[in-house]
Design a protein around this ligand. Sequence first.
Ligand SMILES: Nc1ncnc2c1ncn2[C@@H]1O[C@H](COP(=O)(O)OP(=O)(O)OP(=O)(O)O)[C@@H](O)[C@H]1O
Ligand SMILES: [Mg+2]
Length: 332
Amino acid sequence: MAEEFIYELKGIRKRYVTGNTYVRVLTGKDDAGIDFKLKKGEFAVVTGSSGSGKSTLLNILGLLDTPTFGRMFFKGVQIHSRESGALVSKEASAEDRAELRNSDIGFVFQQHHLLPDFTVLENVSQPAKLHRPGRGFRVASETLCIVALLSSVAFAATALSVRNYYLADGNRVPSGIANLLNVVGIGGAGLFATIFLLLLAYSLYFTLLRRKENIAAGSSVKKRALELLDIVGLKERAHHFPNQLSGGERQRCAIARALMNSPEVLLCDEPAGNLDHENGIKIIDELSRLGRELNKTVVLVTHEKTLIERLESIHPTPVRKWYIESGDLQPT
Ligand SMILES: Nc1ncnc2c1ncn2[C@@H]1O[C@H](COP(=O)(O)OP(=O)(O)OP(=O)(O)O)[C@@H](O)[C@H]1O
Ligand SMILES: [Mg+2]
């Protein structure tokens, strides 16, 4: 599968099952499922009537929901691979999906979902605090523990051969080693060495882990959150609470929060849905600027034609437009 695509969806179908009722939302033409491709840095807009499946599609793109059938790749990783209910080939695990979602996808919901008891700065910082150390870091730490275990076996073997060498030669065993070996024996020395090295490895592992978390929870996060608030024009409001902001300002705060972990993709579900026209335009201008200056791939769901016209008039590259109707997604 080509790496240049951030998203590659083939034959994706989604239906909800409630008791005996099926709600077929994404079906594609003749129930063949929908196809969708998006390259890095592209700006896509999805429109369609209420209930047509826009949020369903966005939730699938955001790895928040799973399709019933079809194949989906995100950044070349196979996320879903299901035909007729059966697994076709290996899919990303739930843990992998959560990791990708947290590190690579920023989501802006129609309702801002800011936490009311936290300041603007704390809300924007929130995703960084959830950021877990990456798989590479965990593999490195676990490898360190295995190396420690192997080293301790090697240590025990060396101690044994040193002792045998001295005893075979009729030489005196050097006093330090002799005392240790006399007291605990070869097996005991090896055991102590193993425990010591394992404790050392684990303390290193947890120190590094904690250090990583501290960095996430510390001053670098605050600095980044303030930079993002500056980008969306809310730096002066960092210590205010969401109920002290206007609707447009809350959405801009939600956009800053979505950018906290520097995701490659920004998915926006009617981010201007509850705003007046003027504030809606400001949000569109902001998204276009972020797409352009930070090279984000953006998928925007909106009903409003005037906002799409505004976007097309200011965005420097062609906007990819899609329409969902009767379960099918088609470019317009
Ligand atoms: N969990 C669910 N269980 C059953 N049906 C659902 C579920 N979630 C969504 N649906 C149905 O799927 C259809 C598509 O919903 P979706 O939220 O994707 O529409 P939408 O295009 O985003 O609509 P809107 O513009 O009103 O936000 C709707 O008919 C909805 O009732
Ligand atoms: Mg919706």
